[in-house]
Design a protein around this ligand. Structure first.
Ligand code: 9MR
Length: 356
């Protein structure tokens, strides 16, 4: 690295002063507003036990998503009663720090309490689903601005004629399970942003192209029926060994634009199980993949937010679900296990600063 001379230092200080003067002269609200807000999912166990985790959430996030505490499993372990303790704690933390919130999620085929899997009739499922959505959305009305209303409704590898994932909601309520959920959420909080959230829209496979088409079809049908839907959440659990289908993704963004829906990146991380052991090699590859992915999206339309599924490699679902053969810890997130910024953080922060 080139040593810094006194002259460099003075020039740097002058530039800093000029930048500061310009920043002070502009409207403070505009200066503070990020071009694309960044955020993370927050896991309640680590939040409670690790002060460094809380500090990192406070420092790096414009947006917080309770990772598990708004799921049925957390809220509804008892059929008769709602338990908001974990969700309330994270919502209060986010709001006290001036952060926005995303609610995840009102309808999902997973993370259900045992009793919910024993529902047998359409009537029962609709009654429980609507009561759930009314209660949860109403509690956080005015505080949780965006909801992942429906999560992972698209079939993993869709077969002709069956676009939807086989879940208890699909089985008991039919294809209308999506519409029922969006209508219920909109009734309770007409001001909320309502999002359809799903994964794998970015790989170059025919099955992925089919998933993109299904997302478009679902959104178009909802819009045609006058059901409010404002966005598509793209989870973006990116496999490091797979390329990004730039062309397909860009076209997808344009198609979504024609339907007048925004996108947001909701669960970004990099699954690095197949990468070489060397940490810097993995971090470079992850940052470069994230950069390609985001650049492709931004070329068509800036996402409303970029949210990673955790902040620090210290806590990540990837270790369990995609363990490496060499047993090394996964490095999927913007901060390392010791909370040091990685290259990925710099890539993300570029979008936060970029002119809107
Ligand atoms: O990271 C989440 C993990 O802690 C939970 O045990 C699991 C089940 O609730 O959900 C994980 O988050 C998932 C998210 O809710 C939906 N998309 C896939 C995420 C990773 O599995």
């Amino acid at each position: 690295m080139k040593p810094i001379t006194k002259r460099d230092a003075l020039a740097g200080a002058a530039a800093l002063a000029a930048g500061l003067a310009a920043a002070l002269a502009s409207k403070p609200a505009a200066a503070a507003r990020p071009a694309i807000p960044l955020g993370s999912a927050a896991e309640i166990g680590s939040y409670r036990s690790d002060p460094r985790y809380r500090a990192a959430l406070a420092q790096y996030c414009d947006v917080i998503v309770p990772m598990n505490d708004l799921k049925w499993e957390a809220l509804r372990h008892d059929r008769a009663r709602f338990d908001f303790s974990g969700a309330d704690e994270l919502v209060d933390f986010a709001l006290a720090g001036g952060k926005a919130l995303r609610g995840h999620t009102l309808l999902w085929g997973e993370a259900l309490p045992p009793w919910a899997k024993t529902m047998t009739t359409r009537r029962e499922a609709e009654r429980e689903l609507v009561r759930h959505i009314e209660t949860v959305v109403d509690r956080y009305k005015g505080r949780i601005a965006t909801w992942d209303v429906v999560n992972e409704a698209i079939a993993f590898d869709p077969k002709p004629g069956e676009p939807y994932r086989d879940t208890i909601w699909r089985r008991l309520l039919g294809p209308e399970h999506i519409e029922i959920a969006f209508r219920a959420a909109a009734r309770v909080d007409p001001g909320a942003r309502l999002v359809l959230n799903d994964f794998n829209f970015e790989e170059p496979h025919p099955g992925v192209a089919a998933r993109r088409q299904i997302a478009i079809d679902i959104i178009r049908k909802l819009k045609d029926k006058g059901v409010p839907i404002h966005g598509l959440g793209m989870q973006a659990h990116l496999y490091a060994e797979n390329p990004i289908d730039r062309h397909g993704l860009l076209q997808f963004m344009l198609d979504l634009g024609k339907l007048d829906v925004d996108v947001e990146i909701t669960e970004l991380d990099v699954i690095d199980w197949k990468l070489p052991a060397d940490a810097m090699t993995r971090d470079r590859a992850a940052a470069s993949l994230v950069s390609t992915y985001l650049q492709t999206i931004v070329e068509a339309r800036p996402p409303r937010a970029i949210v990673t599924w955790g902040l620090s490699d210290r806590y990540t679902w990837i270790n369990e679900t995609f363990p490496r053969k060499d047993a090394a810890a996964a490095r999927p997130l913007p901060l390392d296990a010791d909370y040091k910024p990685k290259l990925m953080l710099h890539v993300l922060q570029r979008y936060r600063r970029a002119a809107a």
